[in-house]
Design a protein around this ligand. Sequence first.
Ligand code: AMP
Length: 279
Amino acid sequence: MDVIRTVAELRARVALWRRAGEGVAVVPTMGALHAGHLSLVEEARRRAARVIVTLFVNPKQFNNPADLKSYPRTEESDRAVLAPLGVDVLFAPDSEEVYPRGFATNVSESGLSEGLCGAHRPGHFDGVSTVVAKLFLMTGANVAIFGEKDWQQLQIVRRMAADLNIPVDIVSMPTVREADGLALSSRNARLSPAQRAAAACLPRALETASAALAKGAALEPTLAAARAAILAGGYARVDYLELRDGASLAPLDAAAPGARLLAAAWLEEVRLIDNLAVS
Ligand code: AMP
């Protein structure tokens, strides 16, 4: 696996592959890799002859400077984890390579990004859309793999790539979870042992609410019980817990085909998100 830090070198490498008729898959990440990321890499391997993993902690998508500062940066161990997986290139540019002096263009999706995390993290999805569009154009990948863990992001990326006619297939992979149900996340590393033990009450509350809604329970009392369970389990605050259509993200008032529960909640200063199908 080669580590490439400049767009020029990346483009030269991809051009060689393209001349040989090889397909290219990209897996965008912010590093601190875990088994969730690795499931995306494995899918990339299945989908294309060449695989690029990108590692870039994108300052534009952090609305909170403290969160950006404390985001784990573990490039050396990330390289070690990726080495045996058949990744061709780790593209790990620095901030100036991605946002050179004078950078002044933003990609802004203005529908799907409005509620949920968009309402609580101003500018976050503009940062995501901008960097993902740039990574698609820098890599020229024909396939990109994203996790369902970031469900709203996944829908926004699909919309953005379609709206901008970027010729890339967006493939999604299910959320990889710990044995107790907690979704793997780079932010889990910031949890104390006590917080880590408490964290799984979020997916448990989603499971319980999802099962109740699927059986026809009324929405508001079911969501209220789930919020109460999350707070009783040790979370300090619930940013949102909502039932939405999985594709359009339109609010729903009852279970329906394609419905999804989405939630974000704070364990002290660590904000975790999760989502679950309601079938
Ligand atoms: P991040 O490094 O957090 O920006 O995530 C990079 C990619 O990994 C995104 O497409 C995420 O949705 C995906 N991802 C993060 N956590 C998980 C997980 N637990 N299971 C599957 N994919 C994940």
